[in-house]
Design a protein around this ligand. Structure first.
Ligand code: PMV
Length: 328
């Protein structure tokens, strides 16, 4: 029996990963930059045993169906190949999410699974190697190996595509992100399909890749100078550019719902009224508001005028991946 357990926090990209140049290895078209957060995380344990006759996956105590298990199995195969150990596994994952608002995160989930496999199979991977392994589970997971600000260097091969922490003098500890949970029940295009359709068909895609490089520079410069407004501006404009590519895809699609628009308008109106906040959105309708920790209460209070407390979650900068002891 080989056992291992790990905890990984989710991350939100300020400069987005949107599009792959290699589907199998998950090599992205552009670098991305994220902030790891404390509010959402996944704890995963894995046991490999010769006594098991198949791979089994439990999420929040529930046995998962074939479709959910398949993604996990694909990742287990990568880890088994890397270790040269070919035993079936039982995976138990627990998502820690403040509300049941569909915020399951592939970033924390696949990073925690990578960490658990590393421990169970005694792969003894360095953070860089662990980031590479997590990347092959889900692109954004490679950034959850580290806390604070993180850049995923796109690279051009399995060896050269991994995340690295960004030196910031702990500036991230002065920041906060408020999640506005939008539950409009719109049918989502999974990020994997959405980004591929965009790469294949969007007439805006080339401009996206070009401008993402410049946005990375702007964001890193803002982090070096601890310049909140510069970071906020590039975060919001990069998000809008990513979402514009989906509108120019064929067939066109959007992750925005009426509730998302209401939240984005609110943030912009708050800014016009002098509050310091900027938004970002990923492959779903939720809106995330970047602000300073010292102003988070005022901003939360203002948001509460339009969104009930159940829809609002405050997060702060989170840590990198952690190994945990298996309970016996
Ligand atoms: O790692 P995936 O396949 O869940 O893709 C994540 C894509 C975005 O969340 C939209 C952007 C990002 O960089 O996290």
């Amino acid at each position: 029996m080989h056992n291992g357990k790990a905890r990984a926090f989710t991350n939100i990209a300020l400069i987005k990963y949107w599009g792959k140049k290699d589907q199998q290895l998950i090599l992205p078209m552009n670098n991305s930059l994220s902030l790891t957060l404390d509010a959402f995380y996944t704890e995963t344990s894995v046991s490999f045993s010769k006594d098991y006759t198949k791979d089994t996956f439990y999420l929040d105590g529930q046995l998962q169906d074939e479709k959910a298990t398949q993604k996990v199995r694909h990742f287990l195969d990568l880890a088994r190949n890397q270790a040269g150990i070919f035993k079936y596994a039982t995976v138990c994952s627990q998502n820690f999410v403040p509300t049941a608002a569909g915020l399951a995160s592939s970033a924390s989930g696949l990073a925690a699974l990578a960490g658990a496999c590393n421990n169970a199979l005694k792969l003894d991977l360095s953070p860089k190697e662990l980031s590479r392994l997590a990347r092959k589970g889900s692109g954004s997971a490679c950034r959850s190996i580290y806390g604070g600000f993180v850049e995923w260097e796109k690279g051009n091969s399995d060896q050269t595509s991994f995340a690295v922490p960004i030196a910031s003098n702990h500036w991230e500890d002065e920041l906060a992100m408020i999640f506005i949970l939008i539950n409009d029940k719109t049918k989502e295009v999974p990020s994997r399909n959405g980004m591929q359709r965009t790469v294949d068909t969007s007439s805006y895609y080339d401009s996206w890749v070009k401008s993402a490089d410049l946005d990375i520079k702007k964001a890193k410069d803002a982090i070096t100078k601890n310049d909140f407004h510069a970071l906020g501006k590039v975060t919001e404009s990069n998000c809008l550019k990513m979402h514009a590519t989906t509108l120019a895809a064929s067939p066109p699609f959007t992750y925005w719902s009426p509730g998302s628009l209401k939240a984005m308008n609110k943030v912009q109106a708050m800014r016009q009224a002098g509050q310091n906040c900027y938004f970002t959105m990923d492959a779903g309708p939720n809106v995330k508001v970047l602000c300073r920790k010292k102003e988070v209460e005022d901003i939360y209070h203002e948001l509460q005028k339009d969104f009930p407390a159940e829809q609002l979650v405050i997060a702060y900068a989170g840590k990198g991946i952690e190994s945990l002891e298996m309970e016996v």
